[in-house]
Structure formats: C-alpha cells, structure tokens
Design a protein around this ligand. Structure first.
Ligand SMILES: [Zn+2]
Length: 448
C-alpha cells in the first residue's frame, strides 16, 4: 500500500502580553482551512507521481487497474497496452471547488508506447469527470442548504461554509441534475394531493403539484412532485408507484381533475372541509351574494361539518357511542341536503352544484373510523403545511423556475425531510466512500 509522510511546520507568534482565547481560535481556524486545501493538494500530487511512476516503471501487478485509456488509433476502443512513458504537465492547473475550499493541482500526463495516446491517469483514479469543476460533496452541501433556507440565501450560505463562491445558477443546475432515488412505498393509510401556484420563467403562472402518503405509524411518504403535468398523468404515475395497492382514504380538496383521478387510488375519499368552506364562499359570491350574506351560511356549514370523532381508544368505544355518532352523521347529512335544497330554491346554482358534488364524501373519515379506528384528518392541512414550506422557497424568489427545476427542488426537500435515510444512502452511493484514503497524525510536538 503506497504510503508517504508530510512534514508540516507551523510558525506561531504571540504578542508579548499573550493572546486571548478568541484570538487563538481565530488564528487556528484560518490556518486550519488553509492547511486543509494544501494537504488535499499535496496528497493528490503525491498520488499522481506515485501512479505515473508505477505506470512507467513498475511491473504489471503494480499497474493493475491503472492507465485505462482509449486507443488513439481507433477511439473509443480501449487500448490494451500496459507500457507507458512519462510526459510533462498540462499547461493549466486543474481547479476544483470543494467543501474545503478551492483546490488546484498540476495534471501530469503519460503516453502509451503502442498507440501514442497521451492522457492524465490521475483524473481516472480520482474519479473526476471531464469538465467537473466541483466535488460531489459540495453539491450535497449546496443541496442541503437550499432545503434549509431560500434558494438565494442558500447560495450565500454555501459561500460561507465552503469558502468557495458557488453561483446561484450552478447551485440550481446541480439540484436539477440530481438523480433522486424513488423508493417503493409501504402500505398507505392516507393519500393527500394538492397544488400551489408559483411564478415560472417568463412570468407565466406555474402550478406545482405534490402527492404524499401517510402510513399507519404516521410516517409521511412523498409520492411525487410535478409541474406542468395534468392530474390524469399524475394519478397514473401514483398508481404505478403504489403498484395498484389502494390507500384506505384519500383526503382531497375538491378540484375536479384531482378528485376524479385520485378517488380511484383509495378505498374512499374525504372532501377537505377547509377547502369546502373556502370554495363555497367564492361560489356564493358568484351567485351574487355579499360577504355579509355568505357569512351565516358558512357558519351553518361549519356546524354541519363539525361532527367529531369521539375521544378515546377505538376498541374501548361503547356501541351506544357509535350509535349516537351514526345518528349525528345522519342528522348532519339531512341538514346538508336541506342546505342544497335551499340554495336551489333561492337560485344559488353555483353553490348548489358545488355542495351536491361534495355530498357523498363529507363524512368518509367518520365511516372509516367506525370500521377501522383510523383517524383521517378533516382537511389536507398536512399538505398545506408542506406546500407553505416549499412554496416559501420557490414563490417569493426572483428565480425564474422551469418545470423540471421546481419539481426537482421540491422532491429533494421532501426526500430530505421525510426520508433522511434514503437521502443519506443516495449520497453515500454517489460519493462512493470506501475508506481507501486514511490520514493519521503521527507526530505532533512543539519545536522548543
Ligand atoms: Zn495505448
């Protein structure tokens, strides 16, 4: 195993009267980051010389897995020759933005004795792509920073963390090109889907759509993010991901396309009460009602929808309690029907039609609870929260998002927040860390 030692000497000067702890820490911190860059560069250049020497002098065994190159006479076919001559260095240093700071190293070449091709063996060893200007770890830092804060602020944050300027556009490009993992979802209890508007490139309006599942234990499973895709396609893609296994209940906001295509993905659907109340106000306004006239109707509807699932363990609920609940639901349904009829009589056609569409799915959560003990939420509040969180990052920014960029960004935020293990595994795989380079401080002593 190739091995070397770096001698590092550090000069320390301290004022006659001493230095306080903050001054010492500041100075050590600065030296520490410079040392990191120098040490990385030193290790790379030493490794490069070792590789080149082995290729040009050593026996076949020592060259194993080194010196891969394409045949100059018939590229891209691999040349089988294992005999090389050392050549000089490329004119320019190779620069790489990393989480330690910007590092730069000379790139030394060798030439093949048979095909005459010249190449830099160190690049293959380091696993650097052709025009790669940054380390994968830096991408991870940038990606994680965008999840914590807004996109523009994250750029500043990465600057501070890595000591290298990372432009907004490259940060954005990195996130867009991540090949995010898609895991098989576990059985779902609930299914939630919703959309939110955002500003697209060219000032056009885009809609970001998100679907998540909730498992029996309350774990949130992201099922996908889309922009510029209709609910029909989204429904199909979610169905594929669920492998046709239906969720127990879908809580939906009543948007026609969403409702239609997601209803098939669950055993029953519940209309989001929050949306029902909000949308009814808008529709009654279309029917010519003033806010003051709508208010009492809203209050009335809220009352009808207010039937509550009893507290306590489902198994311990007495049959009489369930009977009472059934009675309450029946009454509420009748009151709801009365409201529909009234709207009809007064000619509030928008409102009437809207309520009719929701009628059969007002109390699905109560039916489900009675059968299974599962408590589904009244509204898609969980999703609204996710939307708010992600929306903050994409809406207010001056960034002109494209469909792909925005869905990637949000998919990444969801993955990081709700499947951190998967996010971690993704990076472990991507960085290909196998512990093949180890550093140990062998000597540390003061010179006098
Ligand atoms: Zn060759």
């Amino acid at each position: 195993m190739p091995k070397t030692t770096f001698m590092i000497s550090v000069e320390v000067k301290i004022a006659r009267e001493g230095a306080n702890i903050n001054e010492i820490l500041e100075a050590v911190g600065e030296a520490h980051s410079k040392l990191g860059v120098q040490l990385a560069e030193g290790v790379i250049e030493w490794l490069q010389e070792d590789v080149r020497n082995r290729l040009c002098r050593a026996d076949r065994q020592a060259k194993k897995s080194l010196g891969r190159h394409s045949d100059k006479r018939s590229p891209p076919r691999r040349c089988r020759c294992r005999s090389f001559v050392k050549e000089g260095f490329r004119q320019h240093k190779r620069r790489l933005a990393t989480d330690l700071g910007e590092i730069g190293f000379r790139v030394g070449r060798v030439s093949c004795r048979r095909c005459g091709g010249k190449f830099a063996p160190i690049l293959d060893v380091l696993g650097l792509q052709r025009c790669q200007g940054h380390s994968a770890q830096l991408e991870r830092i940038a990606a994680e920073a965008t999840c914590r804060t807004s996109f523009a602020r994250s750029v500043a944050e990465v600057d501070g963390l890595a000591g290298v300027p990372v432009s907004g556009s490259s940060s954005h490009r990195w996130v867009a090109s991540l090949d995010l993992p898609v895991a098989k979802p576990p059985p779902l209890e609930m299914l939630l889907a919703d959309g939110t508007a955002y500003k697209k490139a060219g000032g056009r309006r885009g809609e970001l759509r998100i679907a998540v599942g909730v498992t029996e234990t309350g774990k949130i499973i992201p099922l996908g993010t889309w922009s510029g895709v209709d609910w029909r396609t989204i429904g199909k893609s979610v169905r594929r991901r669920l492998r046709n296994k239906k969720a127990k209940i879908a809580v939906l906001d009543g948007e026609p396309g969403l409702d239609f295509h997601f209803a098939k993905l669950a055993n029953c659907t519940q209309r989001s009460h929050w949306h029902l109340l909000r949308d009814l106000r808008i529709l009654l306004w279309k029917d010519g009602l003033k806010a003051a006239q709508t208010k009492p109707l809203s209050v009335r509807l809220r009352g009808i929808l207010g039937v509550e699932i009893p507290a306590g363990e489902w198994e311990a609920i007495l049959p009489v309690t369930k009977d009472t609940l059934r009675g309450q639901v029946k009454e509420a349904r009748e009151a709801f029907q009365a409201m529909i009829d009234e709207f009809g009589a007064f000619g509030y056609t928008h409102g009437q039609r809207y309520l009719e569409g929701a009628r059969d799915r007002l109390f699905s959560r109560i039916d489900l609870w009675m059968q299974t003990g599962i408590i589904a939420p009244r509204s898609t509040g969980l999703l609204e929260e996710i939307m708010r969180e992600t929306g903050r990052r994409i809406k207010k920014l001056g960034w002109n998002w494209k469909d792909h960029g925005v869905t990637q960004e949000v998919a990444m935020i969801l993955l990081q927040r709700y499947s951190p293990d998967q996010w971690d595994a993704y990076w472990r795989h991507r960085l290909d860390l196998q512990g093949r380079c180890r550093l140990r401080i062998t000597r540390f002593e003061c010179m006098n």
